[in-house]
Design a protein around this ligand. Structure first.
Ligand SMILES: [Zn+2]
Length: 264
């Protein structure tokens, strides 16, 4: 059965099947997402994604799926955005220890499976290191799931033609926030950003086989002003956001079903 971790009483928690229940921990961030979208974009997306995941389990008749949903961790590792107003970040070691302590507590109560839902890419490196450490130290199976199904054709189709750099704070993320609450987005002030230093290079890119850890300042407007987002949010709308959330939730649920079956 799918429930929110925080809704259970101690007595109810004592009765949970610890061997088979997955604890899903959504990892958000509180950081700038351009002129047009809120600082809490990743937290808002994380909450919406979890709602869609629950809907998807209902749709496939698996309300019985053994999962407890942890509250969204609202701040993450946002070093790359720290120089832009409003961004909040843990230091990597702080973030690592916070997540480690949560894992240790969960493990103490007998749970065997945790799944981190990455709703901000900057959190991923720490979580990948952590997931191996808690497996080795605590015997905890800590799975890592990406929240956005960005390779699915239905999701790619939401990006406007010519918007080739869509990424952080771009059309897709802005659309997802609009699917939740359009009043949180102001497209009239949006400005597009691209990784100007990398444009024209074939191998060296912000992501991929040959890269450098980028900072938000690397993403600039065509006039060269640091804007800290990738892509052009202008074409964002709620309908696109709903599609991205729905399709991504399908992928996440497929992953969770396999996590449930996974045995060492
Ligand atoms: Zn984001």
């Amino acid at each position: 059965m799918i429930r929110n971790y925080r809704d259970l009483s101690r007595l109810q928690m004592e009765k949970v099947d610890k061997e088979n229940t997955i604890i899903l921990i959504p990892l958000g961030a509180l950081e700038q997402h351009g002129n047009q979208a809120p600082l809490g974009t990743d937290d808002i997306i994380a909450e919406a994604m979890v709602r869609h995941v629950v809907d998807r389990f209902r749709e496939i008749g698996r309300e019985d799926f053994p999962m407890l949903i942890f509250p969204v961790i609202p701040v993450g590792l946002s070093t790359e955005h720290k120089n832009f107003c409003g961004s909040i970040t843990f230091r990597p070691e702080t973030y690592y220890h916070i997540l480690y302590d949560i894992c240790e507590s969960i493990s103490r109560h007998g749970f065997k499976k945790i799944a981190f839902l990455i709703c901000h890419g900057g959190n991923a490196p720490v979580v990948q290191v952590l997931s191996r450490e808690v497996r080795a130290d605590l015997g905890l199976m800590a799975f890592v799931i990406s929240s956005g199904a960005f390779s699915r054709p239905e999701v790619k189709a939401t990006i406007s033609e010519g918007n080739i750099h869509d990424f952080h704070g771009g059309e897709m993320e802005t659309s997802m926030v609009m699917a939740v609450d359009e009043s949180l987005v102001d497209l009239s002030v949006s400005e597009a950003g691209e990784p100007t230093s990398f444009v024209g290079l074939k191998k060296l890119a912000p992501y991929g086989g040959c890269t450098i850890s980028w900072m938000s300042e690397d993403w600039k407007t065509q006039e060269g002003k640091p804007i800290g987002i990738g892509g052009n949010p202008k074409g964002a709308n709620a309908e696109k956001g709903e599609t991205i959330l729905k399709v991504s939730a399908e992928e996440i649920v497929d992953g969770l079903l396999e996590i449930s079956q996974f045995k060492l």
